[in-house]
Design a binder for this molecule. Structure first.
Ligand code: NAP
Length: 275
C-alpha cells in the first residue's frame, strides 16, 4: 500500500453487486476497507472464500475497531469476530476507528465503551506479534493523541486514516504523519463529508468550477481529478463506490497524464479551504 496505488473502499452494496465480476480481474480491486458496523465483512468473506480467481494473499483487508469496543477484551473479541466474518486467519491492517465515543458519528450506548484506546492498542500489538494482524494503525486521532500513542507503542503506527478533501486539508496532521513515517490515508476524499456533517446539501467539491474545468481538460470525471490530486500529494486513497463505471473512472486517475496545462490542476490549490 503506498504512493501511486489506488485502493478501493468496500460497502455492502458494492460487495453484493460488483465484487464477483471484479475479482476475476483482480487488478481492479486489491484493497477492501471494511466496516464492522455494516455487512461488508460478512459479504466480502463469503465472496472471497468462494472466488476461484482470488487468493487471500492477492487482497489487502482493513478492519476497524469501533470505539464502543475499546478496551482489552472488547477489542480482541471485535477483531476475532471480523476475522471470522471475513473467513481469514489474518488481517492486513487493523485501525482503531476513533479514540473515543462521541455524538458526531461515533455514538455508543451508555453501557458501552468502558475501555480506552491505549488498552486496545496493547491488544493489537499482541495480535501483531502472534501474526494474526500484519499492521496496526488508528483513525481520527489528533496530533496530541498520535504523540501519546507513539511514546507508548512497541509496534510502529503504520496508518492514520483521517478526513481529507480539497476544502479540509489537515495539513499539519499530514506533515506530522509524513515526518513520523505514518501513512496518511484519506477518508471523505470526494467531498461528501460536507453533506454528511450537515454543512451543505450539495457536494461543494465535486461541483466546484475548478474541479469541473480540470475534469473537462483531462477528459475524465471530477472524482478522478480529486483522487489524482491526493495521490500526487502522497496520500493513500480509498474511494468508495458501488457503481462499476465510477470504479473504472476512479482507477483511471492513476494513468491520467497531467503534463499538459498543469496550471489547471494547480488552480485546485486556490480553492478556499481549512488548512
Ligand atoms: N475512519 C472513518 O471515520 C471513516 C469515515 C468515513 C469514511 N471512511 C471510510 O473511507 C472510505 C471512503 O468512504 P467515504 O464515505 O469517505 O466516501 P468517499 O469515497 O469520499 O465518497 C463516496 C461517494 O462518492 C461517490 N463516488 C465514487 N466515485 C465517484 C465518481 N467517479 N463519480 C461520482 N461519484 C463517485 C460514491 O457514489 P457511487 O457509489 O454512486 O459511486 C459515494 O456516494 C470508506 O472505506 C469508508 O469506510 C472512514
Amino acid at each position: 500500500m503506498g504512493h501511486g496505488k489506488i485502493i478501493h473502499a468496500v460497502t455492502h452494496e458494492y460487495t453484493n453487486t460488483y465484487v464477483p465480476k471484479n475479482l476475476s480481474a483482480i487488478s481492479l480491486v486489491r484493497l477492501f476497507d471494511t466496516d464492522p458496523e455494516d455487512e461488508s465483512e460478512t459479504t466480502l468473506g463469503s465472496i472471497l472464500s468462494e472466488n476461484e480467481y482470488c487468493k487471500r494473499e492477492d487482497v489487502f483487508l482493513i478492519v476497524k475497531v469501533h470505539p464502543r469496543n475499546l478496551g482489552k477484551e472488547a477489542t480482541r473479541v471485535s477483531i476475532e469476530r471480523s476475522m471470522k466474518r471475513l473467513k481469514t486467519d489474518y488481517i492486513d491492517l487493523v485501525l482503531i476507528k476513533a479514540p473515543s465515543c462521541d455524538t458526531k458519528g461515533f455514538e455508543c450506548d451508555a453501557d458501552e465503551n468502558r475501555g480506552t484506546w491505549q488498552e486496545s492498542w496493547k491488544v493489537m500489538e499482541e495480535m501483531n506479534k502472534t501474526g494474526s494482524i500484519r499492521s496496526i494503525g488508528v483513525s481520527n486521532f489528533k496530533i496530541s493523541q498520535l504523540k501519546e500513542l507513539m511514546a507508548e507503542a512497541t509496534v510502529p503506527v503504520s496508518v492514520l486514516q483521517a478526513r481529507f478533501d480539497l476544502m479540509k486539508r489537515n495539513t499539519k496532521l499530514r506533515k506530522f504523519c509524513n515526518y513520523n513515517g505514518i501513512r496518511f490515508m484519506a477518508h471523505s476524499l470526494l467531498g461528501f463529508g460536507w453533506v454528511k456533517d450537515g454543512s451543505t446539501t450539495n457536494n461543494p467539491i465535486l461541483s466546484s468550477s475548478a474541479v469541473m474545468l480540470a475534469a473537462r481538460k483531462y477528459r475524465t470525471s471530477p472524482a478522478s481529478i480529486l483522487i489524482r490530486y491526493a495521490l500526487d500529494r502522497d496520500i493513500t486513497v480509498v474511494p468508495r463506490s458501488s457503481n462499476q463505471l465510477h470504479i473504472a473512472l476512479n482507477k483511471f486517475s492513476t494513468s491520467l497524464d497531467n503534463q499538459d496545462s498543469p496550471e489547471i490542476l494547480e488552480d485546485l490549490e486556490n480553492i478556499p479551504h481549512v488548512p
